[in-house]
Design a protein around this ligand. Structure first.
Ligand SMILES: [Zn+2]
Length: 231
């Protein structure tokens, strides 16, 4: 089996755009909170997906409480390290721009998907299709683990590295990297977050990914326009 064939087997286990599309949403109107005000450690990364809430990160109140617990647990589990949040709420406009960028990249690769459905599934493995995306609900977060000097714990790739090497269960990495990824995943799942196993750093609560992963009857966080909420 080639490396690419093995990655395809991993992709078959991810939740798909189609899975999420059919999951209903019943908004519970939980407020959005600032991580700055909540005292949750975060860092804004320079990367492919620009920040969408200035120099702060916003998440749902329940997510912020879970992140506080996750930070205590990671500090206990891995000496000298902390959980660092690198993305939370994302405006639908930023989500749409990123989706269009990745759509352009994938459409211009050799042997691009031939149908619209296949193209959307391929894009969704890298950046969620806007209509089902978790970040615009305030329920999804991207996280990493850093030491006291700000150096990332070795996860095989940096956070927000949108390549197959970032698949959580990528077996072509060292045992140490495997263990680091599993410690993060188990901590987050232990607090009720759902994983996205195409990106070792992405977890969510309350959104369609979460509802689908845990077979809940519906998601509890709908996508929102943060500007209108904060006014
Ligand atoms: Zn994410």
């Amino acid at each position: 089996m080639t490396k690419d064939e093995l990655f395809v087997l991993l992709e078959e286990k991810f939740l798909t755009y189609k899975d999420l599309k059919s999951t209903p949403v019943a908004e519970n109107h939980e407020p959005m909170v600032s991580l700055k005000k909540s005292g949750v450690k975060f860092t804004l990364l320079d990367g492919l997906i620009p920040p969408s809430t200035g120099d702060d990160i916003f998440v749902r109140a329940g997510v912020s409480e879970k992140l506080k617990k996750a930070q205590l647990m990671i500090a206990d589990l891995i000496d000298g390290c902390v959980l660092d949040i690198v993305y939370g709420y994302r405006s639908l406009a930023v989500q749409k721009n990123s989706y269009e960028e990745f759509r352009h990249i994938i459409s211009n690769q050799p042997n691009p998907p031939t149908s619209e459905d296949e193209l959307n599934e391929a894009i969704h493995r890298l950046v969620a299709v806007p209509e089902v995306a978790g970040h615009p609900t305030g329920g999804a977060v991207d996280v990493r683990i850093i030491d006291k000097d700000g150096k990332e714990l070795d996860m095989g790739t940096p956070a927000h590295n949108f390549e197959k090497e970032s698949y959580t269960f990528n077996p072509f990495l060292s045992k140490q990297v495997w263990d680091n990824r599993q410690k993060l995943r188990q901590t987050m799942l232990g607090l009720g977050f759902a994983p996205f196993d195409g990106e070792w750093w992405h977890f969510s609560y309350g959104d369609r990914e979460w509802a689908t992963y845990y077979k809940k009857p519906y998601a509890i966080y709908d996508q929102i326009d943060l500007d209108s909420v904060l006014k």
